[in-house]
Structure formats: C-alpha cells, structure tokens
Ligand binder design. Structure first.
Ligand SMILES: N[C@@H](CCC(=O)N[C@@H](CS)C(=O)NCC(=O)O)C(=O)O
Length: 241
C-alpha cells in the first residue's frame, strides 16, 4: 500500500492523477498546509523541503524497507517505474516524457506559482512582478502550444505519459491565472481531452472538500514569509549554528 501525503493543489493533483491512472492502491494522508502541518516532525522526516506531496510505499518492488519519495516529479517517475505504465523503460520516448516532466517541474509550475502569488495573494500589487511572471507564463503556454501542434496528441508524442499528468493540473488553473486559453488552440484541445479521462475526473475529486475557498490569516502566516530560520526552527531547533 502507498501512503500519499496530500492536499488538493496542482502539485497534489499530479499524484492523484498518476495513482488513479495506474490503478495503484493508495491511502490518503492529508497535510493541511494552511494549518502548518508541513512543519510536523513526522512529515519532515519524509519531506525535508516542508512541501507536499510525498509518498511512502510500504510494499516497494523487490521487497525490503518502505521507500519514501518527495518532489512530485520524482514521485511520478517512481510510480511509473512501479506500475510499468506511462513512461517507456528505455529509448527516445522515455527521454521525451522526462524532458517535458522536467519542463513542468522547473518552468511551468514555479512560474505559474509566482504568477498566482503576485496576482492573487501579494498584499501589494507590484506591476513589475506581475508582468514578469505573466510574460513568462504566456511564453510557456506558447511553448506548450507549439509542442502540441507538432505532436498532435500528447505532450511527449503520440502516447499519454506522466508529462501530461504533471502539466495538466497547472494548466487547469488558467482562469485564476488570467490566461486566455482560446489563444492556445492546441493546448485547449489537449486540455479538454485530458480533463475528460475518467481517472483524471476521479483524481480531481480526491479530498476536494478539504480545502477552504479562501486563504485565512493563519494560512498566510504558515505559507508566506518562510526562510532558512523557519527550516532551522522546525528541523534543527536544538542546534546553535
Ligand atoms: N517542487 C515541489 C513543490 C511542492 C509545493 O510547492 N507544494 C506546495 C503546495 S502546491 C506546498 O506544500 N506548500 C506548503 C508551503 O508552502 O509551506 C513538488 O513539485 O513537489
């Protein structure tokens, strides 16, 4: 059985999508990031970056001790390797999927995260920051649209892969992020086809009642303004340096 440490956010949905698509049995362990549960010692022991998602597989392939993995991209590779699905084992198709997974992890996710932060959550509206991230998100949607125009089907080629599963939940936030999807016809077609998949529908429903509709003051305090001192205080409170 796999324990999925989860909260219903784009990075969390990647993993419910992968688990539902792969039909791997899992147990949900909610991590209420607004209430600060990402700083609890038990969670930090498996996810020292104090971010969810993370997983613990109590029955890893080949047996042995439970395996824990944090970082959603690494988790998706782990699950693809375990199930033998949605990531070819070798060859050009494997690296096509991995490069688009890394594109999501290093580009689309962080840039949309910052775009969302400066548009929706920042206490002051800083025009330069909003434009900087809005332009980058626009550029990345342009890159994705061009790629889907070339493949005609899925992000990494003809086959649906973990790259599609990683990119979809961030594209799903397009309205709040003020992205006009009609400008990106290939993305729109691909988005509608991924959204219609039964496993994706089930995945998006997982824990959907957990999340509050707006950010409370407590959640703002827990989520924003973290720095190295936060890490020191939560992970190594007795150290002098
Ligand atoms: N690169 C990480 C990012 C994970 C991440 O940013 N998770 C957010 C929610 S989407 C989180 O746990 N936030 C808690 C916090 O900011 O303290 C991944 O892909 O797993």
């Amino acid at each position: 059985m796999i324990d999925l440490y989860y909260w219903p956010t784009p990075n969390g949905w990647k993993l419910t999508i992968a688990l539902e698509e792969m039909a791997l049995p899992y147990r949900l362990v909610p991590v209420n990031i607004g209430a600060g549960e990402q700083f609890k010692p038990d969670f930090l022991a498996i996810s020292p970056n104090n971010r969810m998602p993370a997983l613990v597989d109590h029955a890893p392939l080949g047996g042995g001790a439970p395996v824990s993995v944090f970082e959603s991209g690494a988790m998706m590779i782990y699950l693809a390797d375990k199930s033998g699905l949605f990531l070819p084992k070798t060859g050009a198709e494997r690296y096509a999927a991995l490069q688009w997974l890394m594109w999501q992890m290093g580009g689309l996710g962080p840039m949309m995260g910052q775009n969302g932060h400066f548009r929706l959550y920042a206490p002051e509206k800083i025009d330069y920051a909003i434009k900087r991230y809005a332009d980058e998100v626009d550029r990345l949607f342009g890159v994705l649209n061009a790629q889907l125009g070339r493949t005609g089907a899925h992000v990494a080629g003809a086959d649906y892969s973990i790259a599609d599963m990683a990119i979809f939940p961030w594209v799903r936030t397009y309205k709040a992020q003020q992205v006009d999807l009609d400008r990106f016809g290939h993305v729109k077609r691909w988005y509608d086809s991924v959204k219609a998949r039964p496993a994706v529908q089930r995945a998006l429903d997982v824990g959907k009642d957990l999340r509050a509709s707006s950010l409370t003051d407590e959640a703002r305090r827990n989520l924003f303004g973290q720095n190295a001192q936060t890490v020191q205080a939560t992970q190594n409170p007795d150290a002098t340096k």
